[in-house]
Design a protein around this ligand. Structure first.
Ligand code: NAG
Ligand code: NAG
Ligand code: NAG
Ligand code: NAG
Ligand code: NAG
Ligand code: NAG
Ligand code: NAG
Ligand code: NAG
Length: 318
């Protein structure tokens, strides 16, 4: 678990950064399964050589960077703190809730705009071998933040994203944010950690389920807003969806005087975590394909696709 202390005005808040780093890696490895070969070849030139062209290996960088002196400005880009009161009221507003200095919604938008120009740099032969850090960082941030925005407690301001809600999980005293970042995915997969080098079986099976459209909501719906020319609107729509889950489930079940691993809370959360992780991965793969192939509406209108063949990433926007 990654617990951090930040100074916000005169209030001392604790906050965790994200899905655990290995869960981020896995979301990236899942997304790679949806990339077209051409997308992969372009992105390889943007990433620094140490990642060997793998988005999955690069997805966890943003957490480490946020905790360096140089990168601390990006720390708050990992979430958006709604001013609501789940489970009674869920409500998120971009204007009200995105702090000065940025939030996950503005960061997705900003870094997507930068990434567009980086892709042009590669196409025009001006960028090779990950030599432009503005570009490498933009790709790593986009890959990371599309994961973060899908974690319900990254779009919730109550108790600093659940960091101040003490709970017990499997006999361990922890807090609610950490439960969603790591305990629930590990428990669902029955492992203690995931690989940071290649896709793990639990996530391979999620990729299969995406391709088979085997989720509680049709996978095509996940892409109803996936237009990289409207990144603010899409990132906000994804945050709103995550925020709603804090009323529908996260805070809507008993949290204290119970062990969340055995009370039924974890079991009830598994389908939600599987859904959110899968959405993040498919959206990331689709986002990157569309950026590279310029499959987006230059006028910023959302492109809706009804043909489920998007799942292999190979068909163009309608
Ligand atoms: C780097 O990627 C290539 C092709 O994707 C692969 O064959 C090679 O084994 C990878 N190297 C490492 C060190 O992972
Ligand atoms: C946009 O990204 C650039 C480069 O990473 C950064 O310097 C700037 O602060 C960002 N702006 C916002 C509003 O996030
Ligand atoms: C790096 O890429 C950014 C974004 O496209 C661009 O503004 C900048 O000029 C590039 N830097 C170099 C040294 O080419
Ligand atoms: C949560 O636990 C910490 C110690 O782990 C303690 O300092 C804090 O007071 C607890 N918060 C509540 C609301 O019980
Ligand atoms: C979880 O893993 C443990 C140890 O690998 C194994 O004994 C157990 O049967 C597994 N449980 C499930 C439900 O797969
Ligand atoms: C990847 O995982 C291994 C084993 O858990 C760890 O030693 C290594 O530091 C990790 N690498 C990165 C870049 O996080
Ligand atoms: C969907 O998933 C369930 C459980 O994960 C499985 O039993 C079922 O066979 C799957 N259906 C298809 C069409 O893949
Ligand atoms: C249990 O949770 C409720 C709702 O979050 C809270 O009001 C109450 O103080 C908690 N009780 C204890 C003993 O922590």
């Amino acid at each position: 678990m990654r617990i951090h202390t930040i100074l916000s005005g005169s209030l001392l808040l604790t906050a965790t950064a994200a899905w655990n780093t290995d869960v981020h890696n896995q979301i990236g490895f899942m997304a790679e399964e949806f990339l077209n070969p051409y997308t992969t070849s372009i992105l390889q030139q943007i990433l620094e050589p140490q990642y060997n062209g793998s988005i999955g290996r690069a997805t966890a960088w943003a957490d480490a960077y946020a905790h360096t002196e140089e990168g601390k400005f990006s720390y708050q880009w990992h979430w958006i703190d709604s001013s609501d009161d789940p489970p009674l009221l869920c409500d998120i507003s971009y204007v009200r809730d995105c702090s000065k200095g940025g939030c996950v919604v503005s960061a997705i938008s900003n870094q997507t705009h930068i990434l567009k120009s980086c892709i042009d740099n590669v196409r025009s032969g001006n960028l090779r071998g990950g030599t432009n850090l503005t570009c490498s960082y933009a790709l790593k941030w986009v890959s990371h933040f599309l994961g973060d925005v899908a974690q319900p407690l990254h779009a919730s301001g109550r108790a600093a994203g659940g960091n101040r809600i003490n709970v017990t999980f499997g006999g361990v005293s922890t807090e609610l944010h950490a439960v969603w970042d790591g305990y629930i995915p590990y428990s669902d997969a029955n492992v203690t950690q995931f690989s940071n080098l290649s896709i793990s079986p639990f996530f391979t099976s999620l990729v299969s389920r995406i391709r088979e459209n085997n989720f509680s909501e049709p996978t095509s719906q996940w892409l109803s807003c996936t237009d990289p020319s409207a990144p603010l609107a899409c990132a906000f729509a994804w945050a709103r969806e995550s925020n709603a889950l804090t009323c529908n489930y996260v805070y809507n079940r008993p949290l204290n005087n119970t062990d969340l691993a055995t009370s039924g809370y974890a079991e009830g959360a598994y389908p939600i975590v599987e859904l959110q992780i899968s959405k993040a991965a498919l959206r990331l793969g689709t986002w990157l394909n569309r950026l590279v192939e310029r499959r987006y509406n230059p006028n910023g209108q959302v492109i809706l696709k009804t043909n489920p063949s998007w799942a292999d990433g190979s068909s163009g926007a309608q």
